[in-house]
Design a protein around this ligand. Structure first.
Ligand SMILES: *[C@@H]1O[C@H](CO)[C@@H](O)[C@H](O)[C@H]1NC(C)=O
Length: 465
C-alpha cells in the first residue's frame, strides 16, 4: 500500500510541457459542468484523497458538479465514508464486489450532470486539465476524449510528463499498447501540436463523455467482471457505433503506475481478462476474432457467457463492421496474410467432416454434426488451405479415387490448396478437376473424384460459427 506524507505531497505538484496555445483564457468560455466518477477497491486513503483534492484544486469550481465515489466493496467501509463529508462528494458503496464496469455504471447512473468524467482512484489532475476535455465534448457529443496520461512514479511520487506523440493501439493478442505516431503524422502536427489526436484505443480509466451518449451507446458491458478488456470494448464500440476517440494534448492527468494491480481477481486474473476480452471480440470483431484466437489459443477455452444483449445493441445502433475499423481507424494494424477467417463446420446433410481423431497421414471421415467444434472444426483460408488446427487436407496423388489425408500445413504445399466452386458448395483442388467426395467414406474415408455438380456426395456447406 502506498503511504504518502505531506512533504511528498508538497513536491509533487509537478511541471509538464506547456504548449503556448493551450494557455487560453478559459474563464471566458462557457462550458458544461461534469460529474467526476471514481471507483475504487482497497485504494490507499492518501492516494484517493490526493485524487479528489487535485480535482478540486485544478478545476474551476463551477465545472465540477459533483464527485461520485463508488466503493467497490473495499475491506474497510470507512475509506469512503470519511470522504463523504467533503462538499460535492457523494459516496456509494457496493454490498458485494462488482468490478470496475458495474461500479462505473452505478456511478454514472447516480450522476446528475450532463457530462461524465471517469478517473482512476490514484490520479493527479494537472493545471487546466478539464476545460479542453469539456470543450471537445460540448462541441460534439459523439466525441469521447481523454487526457495525456503522465506518469507518477509509485516509489517517490515523482511526476513525469509523458510523450505527446503516441496513441493507443493493440496487437492481435488484444492487449493495449502505446503506438508511436508515424514520422509523417509527427511532421503534419508540427504546426499544430495541440490538435486532438485520433486514437484507436483509450488506455482505460480516464475519459470524458456526454452522459446521454454514454447511455445510448450501452454504457459498459456489465457482464464483464472485475477489470480488463473493458477499454478495448468501449473503444471498439465508440468507433464502430459512429463516435470517435481522441487524446487531447492540452489536458494532462498524472496516474500512479504500479507494478501490481491492487484489485484481486476472483477466479484468477488471466481467466477474467480472457473472458472479458473474448466478450469484446465476439461482439465487435466479426470474423477477425479468429486472429485473436490464433494469437491466444488458450482464450478459446474460456467461456464468455451470454452476449445476446450486446449483439442486439450493435444491431440497434447500426454499428459498422470491424473491417471498417481496420481500414479507417487503425490501418497500422496489419492483418497477417493467409490467415483463415472462415471457421466452422463442413456439413453434408446431417453429417459433418470429422478428423475422427486422426492425426497426420490419417484419413478424414464423416460423423453426425455435434455443433461443439472439436474434431469437426475446420477453417478455410485465402491461401486455399482447408485445415483442422495445424493439419491440412492434402491430395496425395492426382489420380481419381485417391484417399484424402491430413498433413501438417506449414508451409502450405500446392497439394493442400483447394477452392470452393459451384456456389461455394463444392471443394475442388486448385490444380486438378478433383473434388472432395464422401461416397466411400465408410470404407476408406473422404476421397477425390472428378468434380460432378450433380453428385450429392460432393455437396458441402461451410457453416461459419
Ligand atoms: C449531451 O447530449 C444530449 C443528447 O444529444 C444533448 O441534448 C446535450 O445538450 C448534450 N450535453 C452537452 C453538455 O453537450
Amino acid at each position: 500500500m502506498m503511504v504518502i506524507n505531506t512533504v511528498v505531497l508538497s513536491i509533487i505538484c509537478g511541471s509538464f510541457v506547456v504548449y503556448s496555445n493551450c494557455l487560453k483564457d478559459w474563464n471566458n468560455q462557457r462550458l458544461p459542468a461534469t460529474s467526476v466518477i471514481i471507483t475504487f477497491h482497497n485504494e490507499a486513503r492518501s492516494a484517493l484523497l490526493r485524487t479528489i483534492i487535485s480535482v478540486f484544486r485544478k478545476s474551476r469550481e463551477e465545472l465540477i458538479h459533483e464527485i461520485i465515489l463508488v466503493d467497490d466493496f473495499s475491506d474497510d467501509p470507512s475509506d469512503g465514508l470519511e470522504l463523504a463529508v467533503i462538499q460535492k462528494v457523494k459516496v456509494l458503496r457496493n454490498n458485494k464486489r462488482e468490478g470496475l464496469m458495474r461500479s462505473r455504471v452505478r456511478g454514472a447512473d447516480a450522476s446528475t450532470a450532463e457530462i461524465l468524467t471517469f478517473l482512476d482512484s490514484h490520479c493527479e489532475c494537472n493545471v487546466n486539465w478539464l476545460e479542453p476535455l469539456l470543450e471537445r465534448v460540448a462541441e460534439d457529443k459523439t466525441r469521447v476524449v481523454s487526457p495525456i496520461i503522465d506518469v507518477i512514479n509509485m516509489d517517490n511520487f515523482e511526476y513525469i510528463g509523458a510523450a505527446s506523440d503516441i496513441k493507443g493501439g493493440f496487437g492481435w493478442n488484444l492487449v493495449f499498447k502505446w503506438d508511436y505516431m508515424s514520422a509523417e503524422e509527427i511532421k503534419r502536427r508540427e504546426n499544430n501540436p495541440t490538435a486532438p489526436i485520433r486514437t484507436p484505443l483509450i488506455a482505460g480509466g480516464l475519459f470524458t463523455i456526454n452522459k446521454s451518449w454514454f447511455n445510448q451507446l450501452g454504457k459498459y458491458d456489465t457482464k464483464m467482471d472485475v477489470w480488463g478488456g473493458e477499454n478495448i470494448e468501449i473503444s471498439f464500440r465508440v468507433w464502430l457505433c459512429h463516435g470517435s476517440l481522441e487524446i487531447i494534448p492540452c489536458s494532462r492527468v498524472g496516474h500512479v503506475f504500479r507494478k501490481q494491480h491492487p484489485y484481486t481477481f476472483p477466479g484468477g486474473s488471466g481467466i477474467v481478462f480472457a473472458r472479458n476480452t473474448r466478450r469484446a471480440a465476439e461482439v465487435w470483431m466479426d470474423e477477425y476474432k479468429h486472429l485473436y484466437y490464433n494469437t491466444v489459443p488458450s482464450s478459446k477455452y474460456v467461456s464468455f457467457g451470454d452476449i445476446s444483449e450486446r449483439l442486439d445493441l450493435k444491431k440497434k445502433l447500426k454499428c459498422r463492421p470491424f473491417k471498417w475499423f481496420l481500414e479507417n481507424v487503425y490501418p497500422e494494424l496489419e492483418v497477417p496474410p493467409n490467415q483463415a477467417l472462415l471457421y466452422g463446420m463442413i456439413k453434408q446433410g446431417e453429417m459433418c467432416m470429422d478428423t475422427m481423431g486422426h492425426f497426420a497421414d490419417g484419413s478424414i471421415g464423416l460423423f453426425h454434426c455435434h455443433n461443439s467444434g472439436g474434431n469437426q472444426e475446420w477453417s478455410f483460408s485465402e491461401d486455399g488451405s482447408l485445415r483442422h488446427l495445424d493439419l491440412c487436407i492434402v491430395l496425395p496423388s492426382n489420380t481419381a479415387g485417391t484417399v484424402l489425408e491430413l498433413a501438417h500445413c506449414t508451409p502450405t504445399h500446392h497439394s493442400m490448396k483447394w477452392i470452393q466452386i459451384h456456389n461455394k458448395n463444392m471443394f475442388k483442388h486448385r490444380s486438378y478437376n478433383l473434388c472432395i467426395d464422401s461416397r466411400d467414406v465408410q470404407s476408406q474415408g473422404l476421397i477425390a473424384l472428378p468434380c460432378d455438380e450433380t453428385a450429392r456426395t460432393q455437396q458441402w456447406k461451410f457453416i461459419i460459427n
